[in-house]
Design a binder for this molecule. Structure first.
Ligand code: PMP
Length: 313
């Protein structure tokens, strides 16, 4: 292997129905593989959490795997397993790596059957990896808020399948993230082809104004985040008024609070956008309340949401 050392390592991964060692030759793929050249493939991102009573759970396992299969359907890929096989395999991988918490990454990609555009939908390899992973935008970001920059790139309708977690979508996400980081920010905000707010490079966005919580509607070019949907449910139960509607970035500049949601990022307050300070520059009461409620659910402290948790051990 080259001089750049792999930063992510685990003991085992799941490949096409079997647990294998992380460095097993079967875990490597040939350079002629279709996905490497043309970016057609789909993946998921889930998290396992250690609960307050010493157990471990996977958050919304079945919902993530349902989306995994729907992404594959949209990209015309055949995953030759049942959803229940993939759910069980996620649990197996966490166990095999002796994790109590961490990130889980199912991926389905296309192998070596052909070159030239137009893939063979049955030439798929499906793998599941898991490793320990801290909150994506950092503990400091979770506590004090992150800085967001509007990207010079646009998230256009009908140029990508935004409802699918397709490998190819992450070319744009990566480009916007790099641009934001190089400019000294933490994360990128993407506008759609009408100049309306869509989502961050790997998170959905919400803002709070005059006691109401607003987020773009499902018809916006966004991934329908499982964390997004969870926060909408929690906020509804908490009797906040939630509105799904389009908005411009000026509305974010004058918002009382802004926050991002995603499996990797969890629920991260936003303290600044494009040099504009949001609210008083600190996470606001609604954000902190929802963050606390959400983290309590993830740690099994709220029995009301136990259907969202799958026990691992
Ligand atoms: N939008 C994009 C583009 C993403 O990659 C993600 C992360 N999966 C999200 C939103 C948030 O989705 P979820 O809450 O399901 O992780």
């Amino acid at each position: 292997m080259g001089k750049i050392k792999a930063k992510i390592k685990a003991e085992k991964l799941w490949m096409n129905g079997k647990l294998i060692d992380w460095h097993d030759p079967k875990a490597y793929t040939h350079v002629i593989s279709y996905t490497l050249h043309y970016g057609i493939g789909v993946f998921e991102g889930l998290r396992a959490y250690e609960t307050h009573d010493g157990n471990s759970i996977i958050f919304r396992l079945e919902d993530h795997i349902k989306r995994f299969f729907e992404s594959a359907k949209m990209e015309d890929l055949n995953i030759p397993f049942f959803k229940s096989d993939i759910c069980n395999a996620c649990i197996e991988v966490v166990k095999a790596n002796k994790l109590t918490s961490g990130y889980i990454r199912p991926l389905s990609f296309i192998g070596e059957s052909k070159m030239g555009l137009g893939h063979n939908k049955n030439d798929t390899k499906t793998t599941i990896m898991a490793w320990p992973w801290d909150s994506y935008l950092g503990d400091e970001g979770l506590k004090n808020g992150i800085r967001l920059k509007t990207s010079s790139w646009t998230k256009c309708r009908n140029m990508a399948m935004t409802k699918s977690k397709s490998v190819s979508n992450y070319g744009l996400s990566n480009r916007t993230k790099m641009e934001a980081i190089k400019a000294g920010y933490d994360e990128a905000l993407l506008l759609d082809d009408n100049g309306l707010v869509a989502e961050a490079s790997a998170e959905n966005i919400f803002f709070v104004k005059d006691g109401k919580i607003i987020t773009p509607p499902p018809s916006a070019p966004i991934l329908i985040g499982i964390t997004r949907n969870s926060i909408i449910d929690i906020a509804t139960w908490e009797e906040y008024e939630i509105i799904e509607r389009n908005f411009t970035r000026e509305e974010l500049y004058t918002a009382d609070e802004v926050f991002l949601t995603g499996t990797a990022a969890e629920l991260a307050p936003v303290r600044e956008i494009d040099t504009q300070i949001i609210g008083n520059g600190k996470p606001g009461p609604t954000t902190l309340n929802l963050q606390k409620k959400f983290f309590n659910i993830l740690r099994g402290k709220n029995g009301f949401y136990k259907d969202w948790l799958t026990h691992i051990y």
